[in-house]
Design a protein around this ligand. Structure first.
Ligand code: C2E
Ligand code: MG
Ligand code: MG
Ligand code: MG
Length: 288
């Protein structure tokens, strides 16, 4: 754990101080950093509209290939980055890189970036996002920030001010992992989220548990009432898709469609995309 923190710090320091564009290079395979700390890379997981089976966007998920430890999952290094204060620099690099890569995707696709609650508590968060959009030339409407309910555990005045400012500029905001936090419903009244992402925990139990099905149905109806879009994460099976469709869910993300993949792979997948749902009788070409 100490090793991971030291590696991450080295990796970020090796790419910091060169201004935004150069800092984004920390996620590129070409930047020179000490071998043992490896490299950071964005993977992209497409999201699909259930109705019409078109790709409507993709979520950026950070990957760390450590030189000696192999790949370290975000569930391990994000908390370390958060506790050590490195998340601010890391988050900024992710955002810069995501904006750059987004420009190499079709213009109708939205790109989602996960944001840590710690980032939202920095005084200049909103400004830094707008600066990154400006520097990259990505239209604000194409960027979606994913935040989690944990933002609301502490005083959320500053985070909400950031989110309101960004939303006024056209940036979209999604509530990630919805339903897993505490008293989730109260948060929906505090911010007009564009999208609710139904957590994988509910999707996983859709087939086996009636209460999961009831909860998902209720979340979707609630979102519709509040004018929010719905997206289910972690969809792995056609039967889950079928239940989500019946419940009126708008979009999905999950291994049923595709795993997170590097940008070039996503571009290839999009080039060969056929709007054919897996339960339409044939296997989807997209999972190849
Ligand atoms: P998340 O934002 O809820 O992302 C969804 C996670 O579910 C991802 O795990 C994704 O790879 C995984 N997933 C997607 N479809 C399926 C499926 O069908 N089945 C299963 N079993 N899993 C699926 P990943 O990439 O390991 O990321 C884990 C978490 O780490 C993310 O959860 C997010 O909270 C955090 N994270 C990842 N990248 C970043 C980042 O750049 N910044 C911040 N702050 N957090 C990040
Ligand atoms: Mg997410
Ligand atoms: Mg999620
Ligand atoms: Mg989740």
């Amino acid at each position: 754990r100490v090793t991971l923190e030291r590696s991450l710090r080295t990796l970020l320091e090796a790419t910091a101080g060169h201004g935004t564009a150069a800092a984004a290079g920390g996620l590129a395979p070409c930047i020179e950093v000490p071998d043992e700390v490896g490299r950071l890379q964005l993977h992209w997981q497409p999201r699909i509209a259930i109705d019409g089976w078109q790709v409507i966007g993709a979520e950026a998920l950070l990957r760390w290939h450590h030189g000696t430890l192999g790949s370290v999952p975000p569930s391990e290094f994000i908390p370390i980055a958060e506790e050590s204060g490195l998340i601010e620099a890391l988050g900024q690099q992710v955002l810069a890189r995501a904006c750059m890569e987004a420009l190499r995707l079709p213009a109708h696709l939205q790109v989602s970036v996960n944001v840590s609650p710690i980032q939202l508590r920095r005084a200049h968060f909103a400004d830094s996002v707008l600066q990154e959009l400006h520097a990259s030339g990505l239209p604000a409407e194409r960027l979606e920030l994913e935040i989690t309910e944990s933002v609301f555990i502490a005083d959320a005045t500053l985070p909400l001010r950031h989110l309101h400012q960004l939303r006024q500029c056209g940036v979209q905001v999604a509530l990630d992992d919805f339903g897993t936090g505490y008293s989730s419903l109260a948060y929906l009244r505090r911010f007009p989220f564009d999208t609710l992402k139904i957590d994988r925990a509910f999707v996983r139990e859709l087939m086996s548990r009636h209460d999961a099905r009831a909860i998902v149905q209720t979340i979707i109806e609630l979102a519709r009432t509040l004018g929010m879009h719905t997206l289910a994460e972690g969809v792995e099976e056609p039967a889950q898709l079928q239940l989500l469709r019946e419940a009126g869910c708008e979009a999905i993300q999950g291994w049923l469609v595709a795993r997170p993949m590097p940008l070039d792979e996503l571009r290839r997948l999009l080039a060969n995309w056929r709007p054919l749902a897996p339960d339409a009788g044939r296997a989807p070409l997209s999972t190849a």
